[in-house]
Write a protein that binds this ligand. Structure first.
Ligand code: 8YV
Length: 311
């Protein structure tokens, strides 16, 4: 008898086909009467597959008494209650490393889009405005001062890419690391020393609103903010206020505090580049992530060590 698995996020067809071979799969996002489903099936659910940005709500986890493992299709595990997992005894896995390149590539791409005004440039051509006037000048991407908030796998990959831009690279991390980049022990100090502040840290209770009004003011009217981490790391209301007041040159955001809802004020801003949480959203990487989800599930149900355990 195949174990029952609750899938709360769509995966690549190839990966879903493999899940079907192994499990009796229930696709939560397609179930209309969720209460009826829970009454009928919840007691038999042994595994959950979810997205990094979705996680597993504690009250839903509490409806699954037989839950043994939550396999996250993502690197972030902030949307899974790890204390609940430890107390209940279910495992939690994620998919680190395989998505590092994509997120780092996106951080560089968003930085260039912002500094070189590529959203406005595209509009300038398509709208016919070019026939009437040249585009306003943008700003260099090379040989600028870049600050990276969070120098984990993704932060280090971003820094490595920036070396090719002859950038002046500094970072904030909980501890000074053995790297050739300038260390700052606070986000305010980092923001004061850079033109481009890139947010790449994990979402934790300690990093919530780490990029606050004070940090944004320190980045200043010639500074730009790029966030490829989690929306919770930036005080979004403060960001909107400072952008509207001209206290920041621009922002490029792939993540938001209340996805998929984005503050209306940002929608209308030409100096805001907005993306729908696509950090790891490539065919190639999502297949690698899905393969790691399957490897974790296979290892668990075979009683073997998990490839990428969180809990
Ligand atoms: C995931 C994410 O790709 O990795 C994470 O934590 O937020 C994204 O990059 C997305 O959640 C799909 O699982």
């Amino acid at each position: 008898m195949k174990p029952d698995l609750l899938q709360t996020y769509p995966l690549q067809p190839q990966i879903e086909a493999e899940l079907q071979k192994r499990f009796r799969v229930h696709r939560w996002h397609e179930i209309s009467d969720k209460q009826a489903f829970l009454q009928a099936e919840a007691a038999s659910i042994k595994a959950v597959v979810t997205g990094g940005h979705i996680g597993l709500a504690p009250d839903l986890a509490d409806c699954l008494p037989a839950l043994e493992i939550v396999a996250i299709n993502g690197v972030g595990f902030d949307r899974v209650d790890l204390d609940q997992a430890r107390a209940r005894g279910f495992r939690v896995t994620n998919t680190p490393d395989v998505l590092t390149e994509d997120v780092a590539d996106l951080a560089i791409g968003l930085s260039i889009m912002l500094l070189r005004q590529l959203v406005s440039a595209d509009h300038h051509v398509r709208s016919g405005e070019w026939k009437k006037a040249e585009m306003p000048l943008g700003n260099k991407a090379s040989r600028r001062r870049y600050g990276i908030y969070g120098l984990g796998r993704i932060g280090r990959a971003i820094a490595a890419r920036l070396e090719a831009f002859d950038a002046e690279i500094s970072y904030f991390s909980r501890r000074k690391q053995d790297v050739a980049y300038g260390y700052h022990s606070t986000a305010v100090s980092l923001a004061s020393a850079c033109d481009v502040l890139i947010v790449a840290a994990a979402a934790t209770p300690e990093t919530r609103h780490a990029i606050n009004r004070e940090v944004l003011a320190a980045l200043g009217p010639d500074g730009v903010l790029v966030n490829v981490a989690r929306g919770s790391l930036v005080d979004e209301k403060a960001l909107v206020d400072i952008l509207m007041a001209g206290g920041l040159k621009g922002a490029a955001l792939d993540v938001f505090e209340n996805e998929p809802h984005v503050p209306e004020a940002l929608i209308g801003m030409r100096n805001a580049v907005l993306a729908p949480h696509i950090g790891a959203a490539t065919h190639e990487t999502r297949l690698e992530m899905g393969a790691l989800v399957l490897a974790n599930l296979d290892a668990h149900f075979a009683g073997q060590d998990l490839p990428t355990p969180v809990v």
